[in-house]
Structures are given as C-alpha cells and as structure tokens.
Design a protein around this ligand. Structure first.
Ligand SMILES: [Zn+2]
Length: 133
C-alpha cells in the first residue's frame, strides 16, 4: 500500500480517502456521513442481469422508504448514491435502478405526468413525462 492509495470510499458522496486522510475520523471528511465506508481496493466485477439488479435496488429503496426519521433519510441517501454510481457503469447506462426510474420511464413513454402516492395519500414524488418523439 502506498501513502497515496485510497483505502476508503464514502457510501454516500463516493469521495475516496487515503489511510492518512481517514485517521482519527469518525465521519466522512467530505459530507459527514457516518455510514461505514467501502474499501475501493476491494471493488469486484460481477455478472448479474440488469433485471436482477433492479430487483435488489428497488427493494433496497422500498426498505429505505419504510424507515423513519434520520434513519430513513440516511438509508435513502446511501441507496441513491450506490444506484447513481452503478448507473455510471457502461453496462448499466440507461437502466433504471429505482421505482422512481420506472415511473419516470412510464411517464416518458406516455408523454404524461405521473406521481408516486403513499397509502396514506401523501404524494412522494411527481414526474413530468417527456413528449414521445
Ligand atoms: Zn461522504
């Protein structure tokens, strides 16, 4: 390991740090996240079908959405950050990895508005579909 080698990646803001940069830190120096960082040296390449990955990420999003308070916000931020990082990979470009991505795709396909509404009637998110070309 060199002194410049990154040994920690924030699961929320994706910033990477060396051993010296993380010494005596109890949270991410960039965003303050207290989530356990990943080790970028342990990144792996795996084979998975995008549909299978969507199942995992959408279910993770649902689980986060069903938490309360700070835990809910922290889990949503982490799931969103990981999905955003995944979508930057060439094999996953254009693949929706969240329920919101699915609803946006439907709104775009139909060229209409859509919204996600909780069981209690609260509007969680609204979407403006792009006109089909
Ligand atoms: Zn961070």
């Amino acid at each position: 390991m060199t002194d410049a080698e990154k040994v920690a990646r924030c699961v929320d803001c994706r910033a990477e740090f060396t051993e010296a940069e993380t010494k005596d830190q109890s949270a991410c120096p960039t965003c303050g996240s207290k989530g356990t960082p990943s080790d970028p040296r342990k990144d792996v390449q795996i084979t998975i079908n995008p549909h299978e990955l969507r199942i995992l990420t959408i279910w993770a999003g649902f689980h986060a959405d069903n938490q309360e308070g700070t835990m809910k916000l922290e889990m949503q931020k982490t799931v969103t950050a990981i999905c955003s990082a995944l979508k930057k990979q060439d094999a996953l470009k254009g693949v929706g990895l969240s329920f919101a991505d699915d609803v946006q795709e439907v709104a775009d396909t139909l060229g209409t508005k859509a919204k996600i509404v909780r069981g209690d009637g609260e509007v969680v998110k609204e979407f403006e579909g792009k006109k089909p070309s």
